[in-house]
Design a protein around this ligand. Structure first.
Ligand code: PLP
Length: 301
């Protein structure tokens, strides 16, 4: 039988689990890990471009906040985490892809009540490559979204691994022929995408995205785009918007670590603007790329 060693595994197949770098087939967690049993954990997804993790500090800020909100301790110091993250990128030999980080409350006899002290949090990291062809196609042609009821819990600002409502919405959107679901609250306002933040551009060229609250995830990409837009003195308002406003918008787009300013050209089968990716969306993507220090090839991707 072929013997695995971490350094000989195929690119993108090394996982980090609680202090060890292992080939995927050998990587696993305890059967009573609280994320597996109860969804008791949080995660981050970061973009890696040219072997460098983008927006490292904001991702770590959000990770610390999510853990704090759930009363889970940091699995190691920020400095140590950065070292493991860099080691993962190097060991997986992935220039362009995504780093997935998960922290759970740890493994302990199943009980709804979180233990007062301990167990030690579980730390997992995996990596995968970016589908550049798929992203190019989405940027060039734009994507369709389908609106779905937002049936999630009341603390959507915490990036927990409990994603069942998100994935059901995404599944429904795919069934409807759309790439992403835009989630709609009981009052008819768009909260965000199932795994992205939602943006529209109104007739006057003002960019609108929902304001931060417990209703949405504070997207790292959203934050960087807002900073870049402020620097470029572009008009932007953080407020909620209705589905009707979105349908009447000049442009629409979504943002996430897996794709900044991806144009939305169809909502619920209705064409947005002239049905092509908008100029402002492209500009915002360029501003984000400049800020993230991404090379121009990827900017055009
Ligand atoms: N909103 C939700 C519900 C998400 O799951 C995500 C990312 O996974 C985002 C927004 C975008 O956040 P970020 O830009 O940090 O990837």
């Amino acid at each position: 039988m072929k013997k695995w060693s971490a350094s000989r595994a195929p690119a993108g197949r090394i996982a980090y689990v609680n202090g060890r770098y292992l080939p995927f087939a050998q990587a696993g967690v305890h059967i009573e890990d609280r994320a597996l049993q109860l969804g008791d954990g949080i995660y981050e997804v970061a973009n890696v471009i040219g072997g460098r993790m983008l927006d490292e500090e904001p991702h770590l800020d959000r990770m610390e906040r999510s853990l704090h909100e759930l009363g889970i301790s940091m699995p190691m110091s920020r400095g140590a985490l950065k070292l493991v993250m860099r080691e993962m990128i190097a060991k997986n030999r992935i220039a362009n892809g995504f780093l997935y980080i998960q922290v759970t409350r740890g493994a302990v006899r199943r009980d709804h009540v979180p233990p007062v002290d301990g167990p030690r949090p579980t730390l997992i990291m995996t990596m995968r490559t970016q589908d550049m062809a798929g992203l190019s196609q989405r940027l060039e042609k734009g994507i369709a979204v389908s609106t779905q009821p937002d049936i999630r819990w009341g603390r959507r600002d915490i990036k927990t691994v409990q994603l069942l409502p998100n994935l059901l919405a995404k599944q429904a959107a795919r069934k409807a022929g759309a790439f992403e679901a835009w989630l709609v609250d009981n009052d008819g306002y768009v909260t965000e995408g199932s795994s992205t933040n939602a943006w529209i551009v109104d007739k006057d060229g003002t960019v609108i995205t929902r304001d931060l609250s417990t209703a949405i995830l504070p997207g790292v990409t959203r934050r960087i785009i807002l900073e870049a837009m402020a620097d470029a003195q572009l008009k932007v308002v953080e407020r909620k918007f209705t589905v009707a406003e979105a349908l009447a918008a000049r442009e629409a787009f979504l943002s996430s670590a897996t794709g900044a300013a991806v144009p939305v050209v169809v909502i619920d089968g209705q064409t947005i603007g002239n049905g092509a990716p908008g100029a402002l969306t492209r500009r915002i993507r360029e501003l984000y790329s400049d800020r993230a220090g991404v090379n121009t090839d990827l900017k055009k991707a």
